[in-house]
Structures are given as C-alpha cells and as structure tokens.
Design a protein around this ligand. Structure first.
Ligand code: SER
Length: 313
C-alpha cells in the first residue's frame, strides 16, 4: 500500500496550523508537509515546512512529485472582506490555484484532495434559516463567487476524472491560536482578544446579525472526519453544508459577560454588514450527519469558556 503523504497549502492561515497538528497526530509529523507563501509561524516551524506560492504551478507540481504527495489540503484563498478590495486578484488566486491542485491530483493520480467552500457561496435570495444543502446560490461577493464556481469544478473533476475531492461549506471559524485574515465573521474571534485586553469591543456588524459559526476544534474534526470517511460515503462532491451553532454579536457579548461582567460592546457596522446580510443565518447540515456521521461538540457557551480559559493562560 502507498504511504500517505500530505501537503497543506496555505497552512499559515487561521485553519492551517490547527489542521496540520490534527494530521500530525494521525499520520506522524514526517508525513505532513505544511506550506505557505509566508515563513512558518509558531507551531508550523516544528514540523516539515516548504515555502510555496501556489500560483507557481511548476513549483507546486515539482513538490508533489518530489515528496510523493498522496493527499492535498488546499487552504490558500483571499477571504470575503479582503476579496472585495481586489476582486480580480481574488478571482485569479482562488480559482487558478484550485485548478492547479485539481489538475495535479488528476495528472499525478493523488488519492484525495480537500478544498474548503463557505457559507459565502450562498446569497441574498437563498433561504436564510436552516439553509438546505441544495438551494438557490447567488453569491454577491467575489469570494462567494469563487466558492460557488470552485464547488462546480470539484464536482466536475470527480465526475469527469474520478478525482476524490472532498469539501465543506465552512461557517465562520472561531479559534484563538491563529488570527483570521480578512473575513466577515472575524469579529467573533477579535471580540475575545479585546474583551480580555480592554473589556470593550467595537463590532463592525449590528447587534442582531445572526451567522452560522463553528469552533476551530469542530472545524478540524469535521475536516478530518470527512477526509477519513470511506469514499462511498462521500456522496456530495461539490461541498457539504456543515454546522454547529448560530449566534449574533449581542449573544456572544452576553456570553462573554458571564465571565467578564464589566465587558461592554458597541456597534459600528461597516461594509461588512452588507456581506453578512447576504449570507444564511443558520445551516441544515443533515446530509453530513447522515452520509458520514458528522457530530459537533461545541456550542457558544462551551466555546467561550474554552477560549477565555486558554487566552488567560
Ligand atoms: N469566514 C469567512 C469570511 O468571513 C467565510 O467563509 O470570509
């Protein structure tokens, strides 16, 4: 049997370092190579790391061949808020890099590919509550457009070439170990840091803006569970709805107040409000639960307790 050898692309981002550690514990530190366009920060420097600009297709293919990579987790992308600053670049980076990875998987006969989609693939006329797996998708951000198009490409490579590509539509991801960069849901990370540092937070979304969210531990678990599932259980090859909780800024603030009683929040919505307003409020992830047994572990209370406890250390 071929030995599993994993490459993570864009591992320096919010999800990458925690996912890398999750994969170390299954496959061993020597069989997981993390890569990013930037120098490795924190824990990534402890394992195998390669500097890689995913837009240099030749370098990507060279690395896949040289290391005998069997699985790729492609996490490099521009997110929703930063994507709006340079829409054409967001399109180019998010789409071309995915196509390079899918092409590599096909040509070099890789075992599996993971690529994240997002709730941003939905849009203003998508049903907002308990958004179904199959529904209207009319994204308004360039990031969302790349996610919807990317989903179609993933399914295309699966049907046409049999590439075993798997994907999740992540909600807002919340972790305390690596800062997110340029997302609309980032307030739910920042709020914990500011609550501890200053006991106050100015939120760029309005008090009652509900969005689907997920604690990083659950995001890592969902990703690895999906990738470890037998191929026949992975029935959706575009991207699975995935969910664990949904809340608004006022709710996260009152949960934080239980731990930091004098915490206060103010609201100053900016351009990200319109992005958030175009996204679902909650997600129906029953297909993930029935197809490959997805179960979440963290709700708002448990997450808040865990983050504050760890950040205080
Ligand atoms: N968290 C992402 C963002 O806000 C959504 O996938 O851009």
């Amino acid at each position: 049997m071929k030995k599993t050898k994993i490459l993570l692309i864009g591992a320096g981002g919010q999800l990458g370092s925690e996912l890398t550690q999750g994969l170390w514990s299954i496959y061993g530190i020597d069989n997981v190579i993390s890569s990013d366009i930037k120098e490795p920060q924190g824990v990534l420097a402890e394992g195998r790391f390669e500097r890689l600009d995913v837009m240099q297709k030749d370098k990507l293919f060279e690395l896949l061949k040289k290391e005998g990579i069997t699985q790729v987790y492609h996490l490099a992308a521009l997110l929703s808020a930063t994507g709006e600053q340079d829409p054409r670049w967001a399109w180019k980076l998010n789409m071309e890099s995915l196509l390079y990875v899918l092409e590599g998987a096909h040509e070099l006969k890789l075992d599996k590919v993971y690529w994240p989609s997002s709730i941003a693939a939905f849009g203003p006329t998508t049903p907002k509550d308990n958004t179904p797996q199959d529904t209207i998708m009319d994204p308004t951000t360039v990031y969302g457009i790349t996610k919807l198009a990317g989903e179609r490409w993933c399914e295309y490579y699966f049907r046409r070439y049999g590439v075993d590509v798997r994907s999740l539509r992540y909600p807002g991801l919340i972790g305390y170990k690596t800062q997110p960069g340029g997302g609309t849901t980032d307030y739910a990370v920042d709020i914990y840091f500011k609550a501890l540092a200053n006991k106050t937070y100015e939120c760029f979304l309005s008090a009652d803006t509900y969005l689907p969210m997920m604690y990083m531990n659950d995001a890592v678990k969902a990703t690895i569970d999906l990738m470890e599932a037998p191929a026949e259980k992975v029935k959706i090859r575009s991207s699975y709805n995935i969910s664990s909780m949904s809340f608004c800024p006022a709710q996260i603030a009152s949960t934080i107040k239980k731990h930091i009683p004098d915490f206060t929040i103010t609201y100053q919505p900016d351009f990200r409000q319109a992005i958030a307003d175009s996204w679902p409020k909650s997600i129906d992830d029953s297909r993930a639960r029935t197809d490959w047994g997805w179960q979440h572990q963290f709700g708002l209370e448990q997450m808040t307790e865990d983050i504050l406890k760890n950040l205080k250390k």
